[in-house]
Design a protein around this ligand. Structure first.
Ligand code: PMP
Length: 452
């Protein structure tokens, strides 16, 4: 049986329109009730930590938006596209041909197969809408999708929208590696393939894979992808491969799409983001790539959710890709991110904090096991009833002056303890911000356990 819908609304009486010509006067007891798809637990983590950042004047390394200006050539492409009369009306639901053609070229090279821009690409409103469309396309209510924890929180919200059921398998730190002893590698976070297999039921339809991974920074290896691919084929599952950070891998780590493994093209939806690729998260352009049958299903969902994505920014991204490839932009951008990663990790080293060195994406997972929050420390009501991970992040915002996001938000309730002492910092920020973070992180030393 479905749980009853609840509402958080309170207040006096309002008038609700009913049948034409009639008005129903009602009291708070009969106010409209929201559906269980949108029920929540109050303030979301992003809003809460943005508010706390403001309140305490902290430096915000919480949310993963870029703190530096978008590249000039991308903005120029945006300006030109808006002024181009051909972009002022609806794009085809599948996306502007200019962008699909450009993407087909890029993904044909990257995937080693000819991608058909007419049938194998759908342009979406950011990577996120591609994820939502894929869930909607392949899940009936009650069907299950397997998520690897820590998992980007939007997966769960999207699943709720389509009444899909998340099942969880945690990535865990390799036996013999102590995450509290300095720096560990994102490679040390492993997927236990038997644990993944154990989550499969007759209702399982999708495995969600995220490489490069947010927040661990793990770039899955061919062997790991092969193991996931074998299970997907054995159980006839779709793999939703979230590759929004595909252009941000470091130290020569190759990003490998599971879609390119034998037998996987027919069952993989790859979701990508121009926001991450070009530093324009506000433009809300993304795309899904996959076999025609998969894209036909995604397109139906997409046509129903948003019908079509804004035209000018699609054309702008198509043109930005051309410039980017002609000028080596992605290689330059990768070096810039690598330098930012170095700035943040050197600051963590100097503060005596342990962390996972990411090989992709722009997040660092800090393990603040040695930071001792003073006994009797007071938390505001919005944090007081939260877990230890939230409290540690609050402490960092208030006392250290640096905001991160509590990774317990990326775990299911039974596994949230795995996030204890963890803080996610985003390093997609300018040098002066990261330098200020370095100064502030020195304050950690006043709270470091001497026995740690
Ligand atoms: N997947 C992951 C793992 C992400 O981190 C994000 C953005 N934070 C998205 C998808 C969504 O990307 P977009 O902003 O293009 O919707």
């Amino acid at each position: 049986m479905s749980p009853p819908a609840t509402t958080t609304q309170t207040g006096g009486s309002i008038s609700l329109p009913t049948a034409p010509g009639k008005t129903l006067s009602t009291s708070a007891a009969s106010l409209p009730v929201s559906s269980r798809r949108v029920n929540g637990n109050g303030l979301d983590v992003w809003t809460l930590f943005n508010q706390l950042t403001q309140r305490y004047g902290a430096v915000n390394l919480g949310q993963g938006f870029m703190g530096f200006p978008a590249p000039q050539f991308v903005k120029e492409a945006g300006r030109e596209a808006v002024m181009d009369e051909s972009t002022t009306q609806y794009a085809p639901p599948r996306g502007k041909p200019e962008l699909r053609n450009e993407l087909a070229k890029r993904y044909s090279e990257a995937f080693g197969r000819t991608i058909n821009p007419e049938t194998e690409i759908v342009v979406t409103a950011g990577g996120n809408e591609g994820l939502l469309c894929t869930f909607a396309a392949f899940l009936n209510p009650g069907d299950e999708a397997i998520l690897m924890e820590p998992a980007f929180d939007q997966y769960i919200m999207n699943l709720k929208m389509v009444e899909g059921v998340p099942k969880f398998v945690p990535l865990t730190v390799r036996a013999g590696v102590d995450p509290t002893q300095g720096v560990i590698s994102a490679d040390d976070w492993e997927l236990n393939i038997d644990a993944l297999r154990a989550q499969i039921t007759p209702r399982t339809r999708i495995i969600v894979l995220n490489t490069p991974h947010n927040p661990v920074g793990k770039v899955f290896t061919r062997e790991e992808l092969e193991a996931v691919a074998a299970i997907a084929q054995e159980h006839n599952l779709v793999v939703l491969s979230d590759e929004v950070y595909d252009r941000l891998t470091y130290e020569g780590r190759p990003h490998l799409s599971i879609a390119t493994l034998p037998g996987m093209w027919e069952r993989t939806v790859v979701a990508c983001s121009a926001g991450k690729a070009f530093g324009v998260t506000g433009w809300r352009i993304g795309w899904t790539v996959g076999a025609e049958a998969l894209m036909t299903a995604c397109l139906r969902a997409h046509t129903s959710y948003v019908f079509t994505v804004n035209s000018p920014m699609q054309v702008a991204i198509a043109n930005a890709f051309k410039v980017a490839h002609a000028t080596g932009f992605f290689e330059r951008q990768r070096d810039e991110y690598l330098a930012r990663r170095g700035r943040l990790t050197r600051a963590l080293d100097a503060a005596g904090l342990s962390y996972t060195m990411p090989h992709g994406s722009y997040f660092v997972l800090v393990n603040a096991h040695n930071v001792r929050i003073p006994d009797g420390y007071q938390y505001p009501p919005e944090v007081a009833d939260k877990d230890a991970c939230y409290k540690m992040c609050y402490f960092f915002t208030r006392e250290i002056g640096v905001t991160g996001i509590p990774p317990s938000e990326f775990y299911s309730t039974p596994n949230a303890h795995l996030a204890q002492n963890l803080i996610r910092f985003a390093f997609c920020k300018p040098d002066d911000v990261l330098d200020e973070v370095a100064r502030r992180l020195q304050r950690v030393k006043a709270f470091t356990k001497s026995d740690a």
